[in-house]
Design a protein around this ligand. Sequence first.
Ligand SMILES: *[C@@H]1O[C@H](CO)[C@@H](O)[C@H](O)[C@H]1NC(C)=O
Ligand SMILES: *[C@@H]1O[C@H](CO)[C@@H](O)[C@H](O)[C@H]1NC(C)=O
Length: 377
Amino acid sequence: MPFLRFILFLLLRLFAASQAFTGTYGVNYGRVADNLPPPESVVTLLKANKIKNIRIYDADHGVLTAFNNSGIGIVVGIPNEYLTGISVSTDQALEWVKQNVEPFLPATPITGIAVGNEILAGDNEILSEVLIPAVINVYTALTWLQLSHRIEVSSPHSEAVFAQTYPPSAGAFKESVLPYMVPLLQFFSQINTPFYINAYPFLAYKNDPQNIDLNYALFGRNSGTYDAKTNLHYDNMFDAQIDAAYAALEKVGYGAMEVIVSETGWASKGDENEAGVNLSNARTYNGNLRKRLMKRKGTPYRPNVAVKAYVFALFNEDLKPGPSSERNFGLFKADGSISYDIGFTGLVPSSGVSIAVSFKLPIASLMALTAMLVRFL
Ligand SMILES: *[C@@H]1O[C@H](CO)[C@@H](O)[C@H](O)[C@H]1NC(C)=O
Ligand SMILES: *[C@@H]1O[C@H](CO)[C@@H](O)[C@H](O)[C@H]1NC(C)=O
């Protein structure tokens, strides 16, 4: 009997692991904007482009309702400002899951809950302290609701958690991050959660254009870099950043944990002083990234683990603060047209008259309009 239970446990684990991500390509659906298409149109857009995984940064009920029966896997997010409350009370965690996840299941395939975003090595020490208790409370709540086998609890990190990423084998966490990172990894390894990293060759290049070959950052033709310790050659920075994460994990005893890229991307427009930001570089990065992911290949250091990534982002987001690049990461513009051609089709053609308006006209007013026209004729 214990043996059977163990097998069942393994099967559930396998099931959970394969549920969380379909294929290798996903997109972050950020909504810090006042001009985006309604979520129902976003479902149409994603389906037309066969995008099967998305992440949102909250648990907006309008979005979750629109994705009912869409078959598109969604990771929802608990925003950083909720973490303190959730960390002190399992009841609050339970309440959050009951309100924001449970009612939408199973028709809206919520596959994961990201607890906070880029907390460790950020500027808020208190958030670092509450992260682990918050993660544990959310997991406990899912267990009580018998949902922990199909909803993955995770927490994405920024590159700031690393002291070093070059060469990849030198990848290591910052000393200051270790007291939080190690127990977090310990818990995540117990519940089979991968390591999620927001990895941006875009930012690395922008911060150091003198020393980085743009083609290395863009998956273009270049001589690449050589890692003497592992004797591995890297022809693009994206793979190198992932392997630096594997190296850092290995150094603290979690080398077997899978690394998934929770964000990566390239802005198509920026300010004068933002190196490497333009339309053609964005198209090159995102086009090459898509091809790279479609090959379902691993990295030089983990050749058998196909890389999975969520692109940042689905749309340009006009209300994002910061430099212009922040508002121009979208594969699509706010009107639903493509930002540049990497093989996706938009809701509306890139140029010409937008037909998006007609989606918004309620049937009733269309009928009234028709009736009026009929009278006139
Ligand atoms: C989702 O669709 C199903 C019908 O397939 C319906 O029963 C259910 O109420 C819907 N859920 C939401 C949250 O709209
Ligand atoms: C984009 O920037 C690259 C350098 O980062 C430059 O070589 C290229 O000509 C630029 N393309 C356009 C269309 O401005």
